[in-house]
Design a protein around this ligand. Structure first.
Ligand code: ATP
Length: 356
């Protein structure tokens, strides 16, 4: 296991465009991290820089304080699990799991013990003597996961969208299993995904990337409660946070000619910045229209099974609000009630602290 530091790291594949914008950050020894963001935001580039597949065009990578920026993947002692199974079809499941340990010259009894342990954790024990070739894609990917986890001396285990080939009904089980495996094995794990459910289930710390930059790193609760960037608010949560242009002065925000009270005071917002307020659908109540409430047009109600969301419109701005199952208001006009404790103010997409 290692602590991993990225120091002034950036990467361009050529020309003036940067797949990764300058970043400095630390990945704690033994942490369970998810690297979350949409396609093309730079997740794989960052993972490949950590593993040594890509050499960064700027900055350094340190493992336990040692500069390994130019070291090979093998020298870094990293295990990697990819989207698709990387296994030997002609070997048995047991031989596949043992391979990374044999490669490192470990004693037979040590290998046997560890293979047994990993097979048990991944429910692969009944298949240990079976040839991998005849197994389902799910089982093959479990073997891949096992091969990634079998060495206890690795600096980190990197997962790149590892559940892509897994059957949807098994995904939930494997997601939870990976979390349990992290607790049992005490390895530094970095899990790349564009799927917020996978990230939030697996990780203690979720690192959100947008357009080549890390926009926030925090616990799932922190990302939900205090998004540091409007992108995090929008990307985490289903539906995401409502983000509305507003005119903010002191402890008031004006939207569409209506004043909303804020819990904090904003004295000196950057001049010329785009000012928005963000509020999650869970903290907006849809009531009957009344004087003093922000008026909105109800467009539809989305029934997501256990929860329902009203989709409303304030002028040109679309808005979502969680509503009770027996929700009804007369007509299609409503009044919105905001919980001031959960309203955030953003200037050019970045969270502004405000004064208590
Ligand atoms: P995905 O989930 O689609 O793989 P990602 O978040 O992992 O996306 P990257 O694959 O790291 O993102 O890509 C980041 C940016 O770098 C993209 O604009 C991509 O087109 C570009 N890129 C990635 N690999 C290369 C390469 N080998 N050469 C040139 N540009 C590349």
């Amino acid at each position: 296991m290692a602590r991993i530091d990225l120091v002034d790291l950036a990467h361009s594949y050529g020309g003036d465009t940067y797949a990764l914008k300058p970043m400095t950050m630390t990945w704690r020894q033994g942490g369970a991290y998810a690297l979350l963001g949409p396609s093309g935001c730079g997740k794989t580039t960052l993972l490949n820089i950590i593993s040594g597949i890509v050499t960064p065009s700027h900055g350094k990578v340190l493992f336990d304080g040692k500069d390994i920026t130019n070291a090979s993947t093998r020298e870094r002692n990293i295990a990697q699990v990819f989207q698709f199974p990387v296994i030997y079809d002609t070997m048995t499941v047991g031989e596949n799991l043992a391979f990374p340990l044999k490669n490192r010259g470990l004693a037979r009894d040590v290998i046997g013990k560890r293979v047994k342990e990993i097979a048990e954790l991944l429910d692969l024990t009944p298949y240990l003597d079976r040839k991998a070739v005849r197994l389902s894609p799910d089982a093959k990917q479990k073997i891949s996961l096992g091969r990634g986890l079998v060495r206890s001396d690795v600096a980190a285990v990197l997962f790149d969208e590892p559940l892509t080939v897994i059957d949807p009904h098994l995904k939930w089980e494997l997601r939870s299993k990976l979390k349990a495996l992290h607790q049992a094995l005490d390895l530094t794990m970095i899990y790349v995904t564009h799927d917020q459910t996978e990230a939030l289930t697996f990780a203690d710390t979720v690192v959100v990337m947008h357009d080549g930059a890390v926009v926030q790193s925090g616990t799932p609760e922190e990302l939900f409660a205090r998004p540091a960037h409007t992108f995090v608010g929008y990307f985490i949560g289903s539906p995401g946070m409502n983000i509305v242009p507003a005119d903010v002065k002191g402890n008031e925000a004006r939207i569409d000619g209506h004043t909303i009270r804020l819990n904090r005071t904003y004295d000196s917002l950057p001049i010329g910045a785009k000012i928005e307020i963000g509020v999650r659908p869970e903290f907006v109540e849809v009531a009957a229209p009344a004087p003093g409430l922000l008026s909105a047009k109800i467009e539809r109600i989305d029934d997501l099974g256990r929860v329902r969301f009203a989709r409303v419109r304030i002028g040109d701005v679309k808005f979502a609000a969680k509503v009770p199952n027996d929700f009804s208001v007369p007509g299609n006009t409503a009044g919105l009630v905001f919980d001031p404790a959960h309203i955030h103010v953003y200037a050019d997409s970045l969270l502004i602290e405000g004064r208590a």
